[in-house]
Structures are given as structure tokens and as C-alpha cells.
Design a protein around this ligand. Sequence first.
Ligand code: GLA
Length: 592
Amino acid sequence: MKNLRKHLLCPKTLALLASFCASAAMAQDRPTMGWSSWNTFGLNISEKTIKNQAAAMRQKGLLKAGYTYINIDDGYFGGRNKKTGELLIHKTRFPNGLQPVVNYIHRLGMKAGIYSDGGKNTCGNYHGGDTIAHDVGLYGYDERDCEFFFNECGFDFIKVDFCGGVDYHNSEHLNLDAETRYKQIAAAIEKTGRTDVRMNVCRWDYPGNWVHDIAISWRTTGDINASWGSVKDILKQNLYLSAYCYGGHYNDMDMLEVGRGLSKEEDRTHFGMWCIMASPLLIGCDMSNLNTNTLTLLRNTELIALNQDSLCLQAYVVQHKGDTYVLVKDIENLYGTTRAVAFYNPSDKAADMSIKFEDLDLGGDVLVRDLYEKEDLGTMTESMNVSVPAHGTRIYRLQADVRLERVLYEAETAYLGKYQEIFNNQAYKSAIYESNSSCSGGMQATWLGSDPKNDLQWRNVYSDQGGKYNMIIKYISGESRNIVVNVNGKDVKTLSCNSGGWGTIGSKSLSVELEPGENVIRLYNKSSSSWMPNIDCMTLRPADNDRLTVGINRPAVQSVTTDNSFYTLDGRKVKNPTTKGIYIHKGQKVLK
Ligand code: GLA
């Protein structure tokens, strides 16, 4: 196997592999785009409202921009026939049942979504006084209701809420295990024979890594409302969840409040951040009554392209200074020269923000395009400075000459094997991310260990050529605690760590051997009773070289001027590779 891997990684095969990966990514589902009834209409929905919204979505060019789903939320229930178990539909809101609505949506070339609950009652029943919506949830009726929704009516999407499963949201005080219930519901969907139904889990917190196997997306927060405080709080809760967005499955930051009373700047932040963080984009305003600013923002194809990018990634925080954040993600090609970056200023004051391109793993000249304004800003080198108003965000597409290998891996961008936000994390032995002003980025991962599965993984450590690297792990521990360092499934070293206090950062260096391509670096311990140190970050530098460039997507150097001061990359003239900003890989041939 090992030999085969080495053999596979010749340049030609790498190119093949890259195009295979690109097509594999193509096959992944993109975040759901569409409209949902809840934010504007609440329980007050009807056949007419839903049909009008569907027609408006098409007429306003939103379908063309990629919004496809028309989702009926809570409010359509009419009780349940106790004898037959049949789910009844509200007689005055939907006098003709759901079928004609689904047919109408389908006829317009869109997809139709529905809503239910994992327990017996909906949230609108318990909190909104919709007395009729009791015993209408899936509990006890998984197969029957799924057959009705997906085969009889033809729905294509379902949001499954959980008021019926959490004791303080339902009158019976039913307390159901979310993992068990959602897995049962997923099995019932599978039993209908439909393979294209999307399920959204609505448990209002990140429920645990099991959710990946059964849902396209999952809510990670309580309900959004049309206020800046709500948008800011939801963003805060999602900034460090990028590791759980992979393989076409997404953190859901809730339906959009764009066009519902936020300021223009706040609406732009809300939409842009939902785009770069790959959250589903479900419009929540009244589409039959949109002003020009809202419509222009919702139809911004360049921001939407970030959301629907074939790599299906959520941007991660690469710089946190004061109250401001810079987030970045690869677009178009993994570890390529094109990245998207957001400068996010949630504070109440304007901020002058700045980042070095090398901190974004980019080198050489960088072409910058403003995605809000759809405007090229020209070429920049070394760093970029951006003035961002209060509550504002600026988002750019960067196209660099060179991609550099990543050096700094923050704990808050790592995948935690048992991460969840439902149970008490100490009792459940599941690690969390926590702020700590002594740490780089102001964050650490804590409550790791005490279970080998309660680990931390950097799953995307890319090395262009493989080989020896110096690894430094920064940690915090006021007592002696162990870390086992595991590289690609092999334990490399056990580190005994004591930084001399809970406010003090310690560091350990070791040498590791990386494979060419993606590597997984895992920190864990083997004990079932002792915690690991808190982890701040890891750095990786090649043992015998400066920072390396990434070659897969690097354009070939085509020619060099006689005085060696310029060379041509990809048809463009760039500075001498040996001068500032351009990093040439050891052994790379520069053609004369
Ligand atoms: C919960 C959900 C909301 C909405 C309402 C409907 O609060 O989180 O998104 O679906 O229920 O009652």
C-alpha cells in the first residue's frame, strides 16, 4: 500500500488525482438555497402565500441566481386522525391539502420543502399557541409520515425541529435522545426509496459528529431574529466550527433576515458571511415586496459563488485582533492559488484592518477582487489594508502567484473528535473551544483527553513533497499531562507537558515525517481518567528549508529575463523569484 501511494504521487498522477478530487467535490451537495416561510409569516401561512412566494422567487430572478427550494415551515398542521394515524392538513390555511402546492412549486422548476418535529408537537404548538399542531410530529409515525411527505406529496426537503423531544418545550415533558431520533427518521426517509431528499436537523446547537452521516445541514444556534445582535451572536457561535463543514454537509446559521430591517451595512455582513461560511441560504423576507438593495444583494452572483463553491468549505478564522476577524478559505482548487477572504468587523466602531498575504498562505503578486462591488482592485503585494465600517464586512477573491504551505495551525480550526454542544461537556468528556487571551488567536481547545476518542485532529495538513518537518506544539497545563502525537494513524511520540501554570503557554518541539499530499495530525491521550493539556496551536516548518510552495496548482515558470529580474508565470510577468514575496520550491527548475 505504501509503495503504491509513492508510485501514485508522480507529477502526472498528481494532476490526475487533482482532477479526480475536483470531480469528486463536484458530486458533493452544495448548501441549500431557497426561501422559507418562517421569518416573515410565522404560523400564518396558506396555500396562496406559498404559491405567491414561489412565483415571486422566479419572477425576481432569484431562481436563476440559484435559489431553488420553497420551504413550508411550521403552521400547516391540522392534527392527526387518532384512528388511522393519518396526518391532517390545516383546513383553512391549506384547504386543498399540500399536494397542489408541491405540484405548483415543481411546475415552476423548483423544489419543495416541508417541516416536522422529532417528537409529538411542533414549536409553534408549544410556544405559538397553535393548539391544533399536537401529535403531529414524527414520533410514532416516522415511516407513515415520510411516505406521505416524500412519495405521496413529492417533497424534496425536510427540516426536523425538536421541541417535541426536549422536555421544556413540550407539555408531556418528553425527553428524547436526538441522535437516536434523527437516525430513526433518516432510516424512515431511506425506506421511502427516495435518495434525493435533504434533511435539515434543527436541534439549535451543534449536536455531535453523528449528524454528518444523516443530514445535509444542522442548525448550530437558537432562532435568528431581524436584529444586529442576533446576527452577530450567531456568527460568534459559528466562527470556530469550520472543521465540521466537509463532504457536502453544512453548519446552518438559520434562515436569512436580509431585507427585514437591518441596516444596509448589516444586511451585507449577514449575507456575505453566510456565503463565505457556506451556510444554507434560505431567504426569509417577503419576496413579493423586495427593495432594490435587498434584491441586488441576494442576487450577487460572486458572493453566491463562494457559498456554492465546488470545494464546499466554510471559511476559518486566520486572524483575530481586537474585535475584528479575518477569515479565509480555498475556492476552486484545494491548496491552490485562489482563496476568498473576509474582513469582519462586528464592533460598533470603524476599524482599519490589515493582513499579510503570507498569513493567508499566499506569495508573490496577488490580484484582488471586491466581491460586494464586483470590482477588480488590481495587484497587491505583501499585505492588504482594509477600512471596515462598524458592523461591516469586506470580502475579496485573491489570485496569487504562489501558494505557500501553511505553517500555523490553530487549535480552534481543528476537528474535535467528540465535539457537541448539547450535553455537559465535562461529564460527556467532549472537548470545546474556549477563549484565552494568552493564546495565539485568543482561543484554545480544552477538556481534551480522558477518552482516546476525545481527540484533536488537524485533518488537512498539506505537504507538497512530504519529508521531515519541525513541529512545535503550544499548550497550557498547570500539572504534568500527556499528549500522544499521531501522524497519519501512527503514534510518533508521547509528550509529557507542564507549562508551570494555567495562564502560561508551554511548547514542545519534535521532528515528524509527512507524506506528500494531505496528512492528518492527531493529538490524544490513552487514558480514560486523565485530561490532556489545553492546546493553543501547532506550527510546522520543513526541517531543511524555508517555507515551501505548493506545487500541484502552481503554474509552470515559462521564461526568465536575461538579467534574471523577471520571469513569466502563467503568461504574466512577475518579479525575480529570488526576491521578496516569491518563494521557489527547493529543486524547482526555473527555465531560461
Ligand atoms: C423553532 C425553529 C424555527 C421555526 C419554529 C417553528 O423555533 O428553530 O426555525 O421552525 O420552530 O415553530
